[in-house]
Design a binder for this molecule. Sequence first.
Ligand code: GDP
Length: 296
Amino acid sequence: MFESLSERLGGVFERLRGRGALGEADVRAAMREVRIALLEADVALPVVRDFIEKVTEQAVGHQVVKSVTPGQQVVKIVNDALVEMLGSETAELELDVSPPAIIMMVGLQGSGKTTTSAKIAKRLTEKDRKKVLMASLDVNRPAAQEQLATLGTQVNVATLPIVAGQQPVDIARRALQAAKLQGFDVLVLDTAGRLHVDQALMDEMKAVADVAQPQEILLVVDSLTGQDAVNVAKNFSEQVPLTGVVLTRMDGDARGGAALSMRAVTGKPIKFAGMGEKLDALEQFHPSRVAGRILG
Ligand code: GDP
Protein backbone atom coordinates (compact mmCIF):
# COMPACT_ATOMS: atom_id res chain seq x y z
CA MET A 1 0.00 0.00 0.00
CA PHE A 2 1.33 3.41 -1.08
CA GLU A 3 4.78 1.96 -1.86
CA SER A 4 5.65 4.27 -4.73
CA LEU A 5 4.52 7.43 -2.92
CA SER A 6 6.27 6.33 0.22
CA GLU A 7 9.50 5.70 -1.63
CA ARG A 8 9.42 9.09 -3.35
CA LEU A 9 8.75 11.01 -0.15
CA GLY A 10 11.31 8.93 1.73
CA GLY A 11 13.98 10.04 -0.72
CA VAL A 12 13.10 13.72 -0.31
CA PHE A 13 13.14 13.57 3.47
CA GLU A 14 16.31 11.55 3.67
CA ARG A 15 18.13 14.29 1.80
CA LEU A 16 16.63 16.90 4.16
CA ARG A 17 17.52 14.95 7.28
CA GLY A 18 21.05 14.44 6.07
CA ARG A 19 21.71 18.15 6.15
CA GLY A 20 22.54 20.17 9.23
CA ALA A 21 21.13 23.63 8.71
CA LEU A 22 18.21 24.28 6.39
CA GLY A 23 17.46 27.53 4.63
CA GLU A 24 14.16 28.67 3.20
CA ALA A 25 15.36 27.77 -0.27
CA ASP A 26 16.05 24.18 0.83
CA VAL A 27 12.55 23.84 2.24
CA ARG A 28 11.01 25.26 -0.91
CA ALA A 29 13.08 22.92 -3.10
CA ALA A 30 11.97 19.93 -1.02
CA MET A 31 8.33 21.02 -1.27
CA ARG A 32 8.61 21.17 -5.05
CA GLU A 33 9.64 17.51 -4.95
CA VAL A 34 6.81 16.62 -2.56
CA ARG A 35 4.40 18.35 -4.92
CA ILE A 36 5.56 16.22 -7.85
CA ALA A 37 5.37 13.05 -5.74
CA LEU A 38 1.76 13.82 -4.76
CA LEU A 39 0.74 14.63 -8.32
CA GLU A 40 2.34 11.41 -9.55
CA ALA A 41 0.35 9.59 -6.87
CA ASP A 42 -2.77 11.00 -8.58
CA VAL A 43 -3.80 13.30 -5.74
CA ALA A 44 -6.24 16.00 -6.93
CA LEU A 45 -4.48 19.23 -7.92
CA PRO A 46 -6.36 21.62 -5.57
CA VAL A 47 -5.64 19.26 -2.67
CA VAL A 48 -1.93 19.20 -3.53
CA ARG A 49 -1.86 22.98 -3.85
CA ASP A 50 -3.46 23.52 -0.42
CA PHE A 51 -1.21 20.97 1.17
CA ILE A 52 2.03 22.44 -0.20
CA GLU A 53 0.96 25.97 0.70
CA LYS A 54 0.14 25.00 4.28
CA VAL A 55 3.27 22.95 4.84
CA THR A 56 5.58 25.53 3.26
CA GLU A 57 4.08 28.33 5.32
CA GLN A 58 4.59 26.37 8.53
CA ALA A 59 8.02 25.10 7.66
CA VAL A 60 9.35 28.47 6.58
CA GLY A 61 7.48 30.56 9.10
CA HIS A 62 8.23 28.67 12.28
CA GLN A 63 11.47 28.09 14.04
CA VAL A 64 12.18 25.16 11.75
CA VAL A 65 15.09 26.61 9.89
CA LYS A 66 16.68 27.67 13.16
CA SER A 67 16.05 24.39 14.96
CA VAL A 68 18.80 21.85 15.59
CA THR A 69 16.93 19.12 13.71
CA PRO A 70 15.25 21.03 10.90
CA GLY A 71 14.79 17.98 8.65
CA GLN A 72 12.85 16.15 11.34
CA GLN A 73 10.73 19.21 12.00
CA VAL A 74 9.75 19.41 8.36
CA VAL A 75 8.82 15.70 8.36
CA LYS A 76 6.64 16.29 11.44
CA ILE A 77 4.85 19.18 9.74
CA VAL A 78 4.28 17.03 6.63
CA ASN A 79 3.03 14.17 8.80
CA ASP A 80 0.51 16.38 10.59
CA ALA A 81 -0.72 17.86 7.31
CA LEU A 82 -1.10 14.34 5.84
CA VAL A 83 -3.16 13.21 8.82
CA GLU A 84 -5.42 16.23 8.36
CA MET A 85 -5.69 15.52 4.62
CA LEU A 86 -6.75 11.93 5.41
CA GLY A 87 -9.52 13.12 7.73
CA SER A 88 -7.81 13.54 11.16
CA GLU A 89 -9.99 11.26 13.27
CA THR A 90 -10.96 7.61 12.73
CA ALA A 91 -14.54 7.67 11.47
CA GLU A 92 -16.71 5.06 13.19
CA LEU A 93 -19.97 3.53 11.98
CA GLU A 94 -22.87 5.36 13.61
CA LEU A 95 -25.27 2.57 14.48
CA ASP A 96 -26.48 3.80 17.84
CA VAL A 97 -30.23 3.69 17.16
CA SER A 98 -33.04 1.45 18.27
CA PRO A 99 -32.52 -1.69 16.17
CA PRO A 100 -32.36 -2.48 13.38
CA ALA A 101 -29.68 -0.01 12.34
CA ILE A 102 -29.49 0.09 8.57
CA ILE A 103 -26.37 0.25 6.44
CA MET A 104 -26.93 0.84 2.75
CA MET A 105 -24.05 -0.05 0.45
CA VAL A 106 -23.82 1.84 -2.84
CA GLY A 107 -21.31 2.00 -5.67
CA LEU A 108 -20.47 1.03 -9.21
CA GLN A 109 -20.48 -2.57 -10.38
CA GLY A 110 -17.16 -4.28 -9.73
CA SER A 111 -16.12 -1.83 -7.03
CA GLY A 112 -16.23 -4.61 -4.44
CA LYS A 113 -19.61 -3.74 -2.95
CA THR A 114 -20.93 -7.25 -2.35
CA THR A 115 -17.63 -8.46 -0.92
CA THR A 116 -17.45 -5.40 1.33
CA SER A 117 -21.04 -5.94 2.52
CA ALA A 118 -20.04 -9.41 3.70
CA LYS A 119 -16.80 -8.12 5.25
CA ILE A 120 -18.67 -5.47 7.25
CA ALA A 121 -21.35 -7.96 8.30
CA LYS A 122 -18.66 -10.37 9.46
CA ARG A 123 -16.88 -7.66 11.41
CA LEU A 124 -20.08 -6.50 13.12
CA THR A 125 -21.00 -10.09 13.98
CA GLU A 126 -17.63 -11.18 15.33
CA LYS A 127 -16.16 -8.01 16.76
CA ASP A 128 -19.24 -6.13 17.92
CA ARG A 129 -21.41 -9.20 18.63
CA LYS A 130 -24.27 -7.84 16.54
CA LYS A 131 -27.00 -9.95 15.00
CA VAL A 132 -26.77 -9.03 11.33
CA LEU A 133 -29.05 -9.62 8.36
CA MET A 134 -27.93 -8.96 4.79
CA ALA A 135 -30.14 -8.44 1.76
CA SER A 136 -29.17 -7.99 -1.88
CA LEU A 137 -31.30 -5.54 -3.84
CA ASP A 138 -29.40 -6.21 -7.05
CA VAL A 139 -31.97 -7.55 -9.48
CA ASN A 140 -29.97 -6.52 -12.55
CA ARG A 141 -26.87 -8.64 -12.38
CA PRO A 142 -27.66 -12.34 -12.78
CA ALA A 143 -26.88 -14.29 -9.60
CA ALA A 144 -26.02 -11.17 -7.54
CA GLN A 145 -28.48 -12.20 -4.84
CA GLU A 146 -27.10 -15.73 -4.81
CA GLN A 147 -23.55 -14.32 -4.55
CA LEU A 148 -24.48 -12.48 -1.35
CA ALA A 149 -26.20 -15.59 0.03
CA THR A 150 -23.04 -17.63 -0.61
CA LEU A 151 -20.89 -15.02 1.12
CA GLY A 152 -23.37 -14.94 3.99
CA THR A 153 -22.93 -18.67 4.49
CA GLN A 154 -19.14 -18.24 4.47
CA VAL A 155 -19.19 -15.58 7.17
CA ASN A 156 -22.08 -17.06 9.16
CA VAL A 157 -24.40 -14.14 8.58
CA ALA A 158 -28.09 -14.52 7.70
CA THR A 159 -29.33 -13.34 4.32
CA LEU A 160 -32.88 -12.49 3.36
CA PRO A 161 -34.52 -15.38 1.45
CA ILE A 162 -34.63 -14.62 -2.28
CA VAL A 163 -38.04 -14.04 -3.87
CA ALA A 164 -37.72 -14.19 -7.66
CA GLY A 165 -39.06 -11.18 -9.54
CA GLN A 166 -39.28 -8.80 -6.60
CA GLN A 167 -38.10 -5.22 -7.20
CA PRO A 168 -35.45 -3.42 -5.09
CA VAL A 169 -37.78 -1.16 -3.09
CA ASP A 170 -40.02 -4.11 -2.25
CA ILE A 171 -37.04 -6.21 -1.23
CA ALA A 172 -35.90 -3.35 1.03
CA ARG A 173 -39.35 -3.23 2.67
CA ARG A 174 -39.38 -6.99 3.17
CA ALA A 175 -35.84 -6.92 4.61
CA LEU A 176 -36.77 -4.15 7.02
CA GLN A 177 -39.79 -6.04 8.23
CA ALA A 178 -37.84 -9.29 8.62
CA ALA A 179 -35.10 -7.49 10.55
CA LYS A 180 -37.65 -5.95 12.91
CA LEU A 181 -39.68 -9.12 13.43
CA GLN A 182 -36.66 -11.36 13.91
CA GLY A 183 -34.77 -9.03 16.22
CA PHE A 184 -31.72 -8.22 14.09
CA ASP A 185 -29.45 -5.42 15.32
CA VAL A 186 -28.15 -4.43 11.91
CA LEU A 187 -29.48 -4.75 8.37
CA VAL A 188 -26.99 -4.45 5.51
CA LEU A 189 -28.59 -3.58 2.16
CA ASP A 190 -26.38 -4.33 -0.84
CA THR A 191 -27.78 -2.24 -3.70
CA ALA A 192 -27.25 -2.72 -7.42
CA GLY A 193 -24.28 -1.17 -9.19
CA ARG A 194 -23.88 -0.11 -12.81
CA LEU A 195 -20.79 0.12 -14.94
CA HIS A 196 -21.08 3.92 -14.97
CA VAL A 197 -22.90 6.51 -12.92
CA ASP A 198 -26.31 6.81 -14.58
CA GLN A 199 -29.66 8.28 -13.66
CA ALA A 200 -31.45 4.92 -13.41
CA LEU A 201 -28.93 3.80 -10.78
CA MET A 202 -29.29 7.07 -8.88
CA ASP A 203 -33.10 7.00 -8.97
CA GLU A 204 -33.24 3.42 -7.73
CA MET A 205 -30.77 4.23 -4.95
CA LYS A 206 -32.77 7.28 -3.84
CA ALA A 207 -36.01 5.28 -3.80
CA VAL A 208 -34.39 2.62 -1.60
CA ALA A 209 -32.91 5.26 0.72
CA ASP A 210 -36.35 6.87 1.07
CA VAL A 211 -37.91 3.57 2.13
CA ALA A 212 -35.06 2.30 4.33
CA GLN A 213 -33.95 5.60 5.95
CA PRO A 214 -30.48 4.18 6.59
CA GLN A 215 -28.20 5.40 9.36
CA GLU A 216 -25.21 4.76 7.15
CA ILE A 217 -24.93 5.10 3.38
CA LEU A 218 -21.49 3.79 2.50
CA LEU A 219 -20.04 4.29 -0.95
CA VAL A 220 -17.70 1.53 -2.07
CA VAL A 221 -15.05 2.67 -4.55
CA ASP A 222 -11.96 1.09 -6.04
CA SER A 223 -8.86 2.91 -4.83
CA LEU A 224 -6.95 1.81 -7.92
CA THR A 225 -9.06 4.18 -10.03
CA GLY A 226 -7.44 7.20 -8.32
CA GLN A 227 -9.15 10.49 -9.08
CA ASP A 228 -12.01 8.67 -10.85
CA ALA A 229 -12.89 7.19 -7.46
CA VAL A 230 -13.11 10.70 -6.06
CA ASN A 231 -15.28 11.85 -8.96
CA VAL A 232 -17.61 8.90 -8.47
CA ALA A 233 -17.87 9.87 -4.78
CA LYS A 234 -18.70 13.44 -5.72
CA ASN A 235 -21.44 12.26 -8.07
CA PHE A 236 -22.99 9.91 -5.54
CA SER A 237 -22.88 12.42 -2.70
CA GLU A 238 -24.85 14.89 -4.80
CA GLN A 239 -27.66 12.32 -5.00
CA VAL A 240 -27.77 10.67 -1.57
CA PRO A 241 -26.44 11.74 1.82
CA LEU A 242 -23.35 9.54 1.97
CA THR A 243 -22.06 9.00 5.49
CA GLY A 244 -18.74 7.50 4.47
CA VAL A 245 -16.56 5.79 1.91
CA VAL A 246 -14.98 2.35 1.76
CA LEU A 247 -11.88 2.22 -0.42
CA THR A 248 -11.31 -1.26 -1.81
CA ARG A 249 -8.16 -2.81 -3.30
CA MET A 250 -5.95 -0.68 -1.08
CA ASP A 251 -3.77 -3.80 -0.87
CA GLY A 252 -2.73 -3.17 -4.47
CA ASP A 253 -2.68 0.62 -4.41
CA ALA A 254 0.92 1.83 -4.64
CA ARG A 255 -0.04 5.45 -5.31
CA GLY A 256 -2.71 6.47 -2.82
CA GLY A 257 -4.30 9.32 -4.80
CA ALA A 258 -7.89 8.33 -4.01
CA ALA A 259 -7.23 7.97 -0.28
CA LEU A 260 -5.41 11.28 -0.10
CA SER A 261 -7.95 13.31 -2.10
CA MET A 262 -11.21 11.76 -0.92
CA ARG A 263 -11.80 13.67 2.28
CA ALA A 264 -10.77 17.09 1.01
CA VAL A 265 -12.68 16.86 -2.28
CA THR A 266 -15.90 15.20 -1.06
CA GLY A 267 -15.98 16.08 2.65
CA LYS A 268 -16.78 12.40 3.32
CA PRO A 269 -14.71 10.31 5.70
CA ILE A 270 -13.09 7.05 4.63
CA LYS A 271 -14.44 4.55 7.15
CA PHE A 272 -12.82 1.31 5.94
CA ALA A 273 -10.07 0.09 3.65
CA GLY A 274 -10.42 -3.17 1.71
CA MET A 275 -7.08 -4.97 1.95
CA GLY A 276 -7.66 -8.12 -0.08
CA GLU A 277 -10.19 -10.59 -1.44
CA LYS A 278 -10.48 -12.56 1.79
CA LEU A 279 -13.50 -11.76 3.92
CA ASP A 280 -11.44 -10.66 6.91
CA ALA A 281 -9.36 -8.27 4.80
CA LEU A 282 -11.09 -5.10 5.96
CA GLU A 283 -9.43 -2.47 8.13
CA GLN A 284 -10.77 0.54 9.86
CA PHE A 285 -9.22 3.63 8.31
CA HIS A 286 -7.00 5.38 10.83
CA PRO A 287 -5.64 8.62 9.33
CA SER A 288 -2.63 8.78 11.66
CA ARG A 289 -1.61 5.18 10.96
CA VAL A 290 -2.02 5.64 7.23
CA ALA A 291 0.12 8.79 7.31
CA GLY A 292 2.67 6.81 9.32
CA ARG A 293 2.75 4.11 6.64
CA ILE A 294 3.23 6.70 3.90
CA LEU A 295 6.13 8.36 5.69
CA GLY A 296 7.63 5.00 6.66
P1 GDP B 1 -19.44 -5.61 -6.80
O1 GDP B 1 -19.79 -5.80 -8.25
O2 GDP B 1 -19.19 -4.16 -6.50
O3 GDP B 1 -20.39 -6.21 -5.85
O4 GDP B 1 -18.01 -6.31 -6.62
P2 GDP B 1 -17.61 -7.67 -5.91
O5 GDP B 1 -17.84 -7.59 -4.45
O6 GDP B 1 -18.24 -8.80 -6.64
O7 GDP B 1 -16.02 -7.67 -6.11
C1 GDP B 1 -15.40 -7.71 -7.37
C2 GDP B 1 -14.02 -8.37 -7.21
O8 GDP B 1 -13.15 -7.54 -6.44
C3 GDP B 1 -14.06 -9.71 -6.49
O9 GDP B 1 -13.19 -10.59 -7.17
C4 GDP B 1 -13.53 -9.40 -5.09
O10 GDP B 1 -12.90 -10.50 -4.50
C5 GDP B 1 -12.54 -8.28 -5.39
N1 GDP B 1 -12.30 -7.39 -4.23
C6 GDP B 1 -13.21 -6.75 -3.47
N2 GDP B 1 -12.61 -6.00 -2.52
C7 GDP B 1 -11.27 -6.20 -2.65
C8 GDP B 1 -10.10 -5.69 -1.96
O11 GDP B 1 -10.17 -4.90 -1.01
N3 GDP B 1 -8.88 -6.11 -2.43
C9 GDP B 1 -8.77 -6.97 -3.49
N4 GDP B 1 -7.54 -7.31 -3.87
N5 GDP B 1 -9.83 -7.44 -4.16
C10 GDP B 1 -11.08 -7.08 -3.76
